[in-house]
Ligand binder design. Structure first.
Ligand SMILES: Cc1cc2nc3c(=O)[nH]c(=O)nc-3n(C[C@H](O)[C@H](O)[C@H](O)COP(=O)(O)OP(=O)(O)OC[C@H]3O[C@@H](n4cnc5c(N)ncnc54)[C@H](O)[C@@H]3O)c2cc1C
Length: 392
């Protein structure tokens, strides 16, 4: 149901600004829990999550200096089988959740040395992997280049079809009674005591609510009505990503590779498309598809799987990840009473959507959030205290 602006004030339990994967997952779970929820977004489901690769990769996303984040990623991954089953049950169709693991490979000997160091760190934080020599890699993925120098089996890194996921969440939200207003939010409304009482849209709709959640991806923080210092620091991080297509699946499961020091991944989908990604660029909110980035991605992907030359290049796109100073998200109440934030999930918003939704349910019930999310509260000042990021 779409609530239109007829000059009336709409009152709900929770008003959510932003219907990306985070806002939708939260809205669905809160709606299922019996709360009245309204999501305000001019184009729900079409943010970074639409462009993304859909990898659920706690091991391959664990990096030196980010131990707390690595533990959060592992906790996020543990929620996925149940979340996927519940969502598929609710909408009656698959969302492409594939718990089939990932093969990670290194191109040359220096990539191999770098990968070995990473695997050692990842094992130290509990992310499982088993080293493979080059022929063991090729036995698993026959299309791999004969030039690769080795790799590892990473059994806990899976994938979901991100587009089926956000479409499924939209349907499940509607079935759970969540309402949508297709308008851009411009401000948080406060009462005289300074507590959040709702949202105001560009078109002048006021949504009164018992609690307000801002989940606008990299744009979180741009709203009026509250002092700018309330918002945590979130910036856009550009990512080019490609979609290829062929008559047959070229690889049976996800490959991640290091190619002359650069990271590259290939994610096969059930519909025979192949997702190839992704660049990580500090370019502000630039969403132009640039020839050089497409060239680099194709070049690196060909170094891993030469047979991609035969595939059709069906889509080149750009998404903006919500980056933060320490690469970890902000999830929790802000200094403004009844105003919560769930943003800054950077490269792992799909992986972390279920645990974030769970945490928001807990916050609204005045229960503690899952322990692994506790260091990632919404206060902008807490970032420096929790851990030092790599700036990756
Ligand atoms: C190339 C690429 C590859 C990625 N691969 C993966 C991956 O494999 N695995 C993974 O876990 N993550 C991946 N990510 C990251 C993931 O997509 C993000 O972390 C995730 O989408 C963040 O979710 P979000 O809901 O916060 O933001 P988004 O998905 O960007 O959604 C934000 C929503 O807010 C809305 N909005 C913005 N401003 C307003 C406003 N003023 N009023 C109302 N609504 C507003 C937008 O319309 C949008 O719908 C990838 C990202 C990119 C770009």
């Amino acid at each position: 149901m779409v609530v239109r602006n007829l000059g009336n004030t709409v009152t709900r339990d929770v008003a959510i600004a932003g219907g990306g994967v985070i806002g939708l997952a939260a809205a669905w779970k809160l709606g299922l829990g019996g709360r009245s929820v309204v999501v305000c977004d001019p184009d729900p489901g079409r943010g970074a999550a639409w462009v993304a690769a859909g990898m659920l990769a706690p091991a391959n996303e664990a990096f030196f200096g980010e131990e707390l984040l690595a533990h959060l990623l592992l906790a996020g991954a543990a929620r996925w089988p149940r979340f996927a089953a519940e969502l598929e049950d609710s909408i009656g169709s698959p969302i492409g959740f594939e718990p089939s693991g990932t093969v990670v490979v290194a191109c040359d000997p220096s990539d191999r040395a770098a990968l070995d160091r990473l695997l050692e760190f990842r094992q130290s934080v509990g992310a499982e992997s088993a080293r493979l020599n080059a022929s063991e890699c090729r036995r698993r993925i026959p299309a791999l280049s004969p030039a690769i120098s080795g790799g590892a089996e990473v059994p806990g890194d899976h994938q979901v079809d991100n587009r089926l996921l956000v479409s499924g969440l939209l349907r499940a939200c509607r079935d759970a009674g969540v309402e949508f207003i297709a308008e851009r939010v411009v401000a948080v409304e406060l009462d005289r005591g300074g507590s959040a009482t709702g949202l105001r849209t560009e078109a002048g709709t006021t949504i009164a609510a018992g609690a307000v959640l801002c989940a606008m991806g990299w744009r979180t923080g741009g709203l009026g009505g509250v002092p700018p210092a309330v918002w945590p620091e979130v910036r856009p991080v550009k990512g080019h990503i490609l979609r290829l297509r062929g008559p047959e699946p070229i690889i049976p499961r996800t490959i991640r590779g290091l190619v002359r020091g650069r990271a590259c991944y290939l994610v096969p989908r059930r519909d025979r498309s192949l997702v190839v990604g992704a660049t990580v660029e500090e370019m502000g909110d630039d969403v132009r598809v640039q020839a050089g980035a497409v060239h680099t991605l194709l070049d690196d992907a060909r170094a891993l799987v030469p047979g991609i030359d035969e595939l059709e290049l069906s889509e080149c796109s750009v998404g903006l990840r919500p980056g933060t100073p320490d690469n970890g998200p902000y999830v929790g109440w802000t200094e403004v009473p009844r105003l919560a934030v769930a943003a800054g999930h950077y490269r792992n918003g799909i992986l972390l959507a279920p645990i974030t939704a769970e945490a928001l349910g807990a916050l609204l019930d005045d229960r503690p959030v899952p322990g692994e999310l506790a260091p990632f509260g919404a206060s902008p000042r807490s970032a420096a205290d929790r851990h030092v990021g790599t700036g990756r």
